[in-house]
Design a protein around this ligand. Structure first.
Ligand code: SF4
Ligand code: SF4
Length: 261
């Protein structure tokens, strides 16, 4: 009897030891690129004051002409921002935005930054035009989760990593040095890791990314425990742990359902 049919199993066997890359999206989201550009947020200082001073530089620099800003003098008895003026009207039209981040780069106060959220869509044109109320972070400093956006835990943590990589001048010597103000709810964001080695991967979200995107990394950036045979064993262990956790959860659900009968 010919055993040629065994050749058909080759691909299956080749993949047995490989890391599984499929996920239960959107319940399990992949870590996002540190410099990914998503939905904007208008930030506030740690004391709750708004960072936007209504200078309109972002609107001026926007190549898609999709920002509309109007500034207004701050009321002397209850100022909205530390500046003379604040952004009274602020709108971004997401039907036009190309997420180039030039607005973020132009902003002198780091008021406008981009989160990493791209899971949002609209069913009408009005929803696509985000207003100041929608863009401004809430009293805890978190982006307002709008009905048509899919924010999950942790999605708010890392905004505009790229602007935290260097000094405003872009000089590499300043990489890893803090040159920006704190944000309500988050304090002073950690510098993004670059080539300098001075980096805090856990705080900037690089760690999970390095964990799942090893195929795209230089060998030195792959954690030692993920390399070679050691990595294969680790992945097998992780996979077994996940299976055990799923089985335990399923058993628990069954027991709870039984108890409720
Ligand atoms: S990301 Fe670019 S296109 Fe979008 S609002 Fe900012 S400057 Fe305009
Ligand atoms: S977001 Fe920044 S650049 Fe735009 S108006 Fe406000 S302070 Fe000026």
């Amino acid at each position: 009897m010919s055993l040629e049919f065994l050749g058909g199993f080759k691909l299956t066997f080749e993949h047995l030891g490989r890391r599984r890359v499929t996920r239960q999206y959107p319940d399990e989201k992949m870590p996002k690129q540190p410099r990914q550009h998503g939905r904007h947020v208008l930030n506030r200082y740690e004391d709750g004051m708004e960072k936007c001073i209504g200078c309109e530089l972002c609107a001026g620099v926007c190549p898609a002409d999709c920002i509309y800003v109007r500034g207004l003098d701050n009321p002397p008895d209850h100022p909205v921002s530390p500046g003379e003026r604040y952004g009274y009207i602020y709108e971004i039209n997401y039907l036009r935005c190309i997420h180039c981040d030039l607005c973020v780069e132009a902003c002198p106060t780091e008021a406008i930054t981009e989160s990493k959220l791209f899971e949002f869509s609209f069913v009408n044109r009005a929803d696509a035009i985000y207003t100041r109320d929608e863009l401004l972070v809430d009293d805890a400093g978190k982006p307002k989760a709008l009905a048509w956006e899919d924010w999950r835990e942790g999605d708010d943590l890392h905004t505009s990593g790229w602007m935290r990589a260097t000094a405003p001048s872009g000089a590499a010597a300043y990489e890893g040095e803090v040159h920006w103000s704190g944000e309500l709810g988050y304090g002073v964001r950690a510098p993004e890791g670059g080539q300098s080695g001075r980096r805090d991967d856990a705080r900037t979200g690089m760690m999970p990314l390095r964990d799942v995107m090893e195929a795209h990394l230089v060998p030195d950036d792959i954690p030692i425990e993920h390399r070679g045979i050691r990595g294969k064993m680790l992945r097998a262990q992780e996979s077994a742990q996940k299976k055990r956790a799923k089985l335990t959860a399923a058993r628990r659900r069954r027991a709870e359902a039984k108890a409720h009968r």
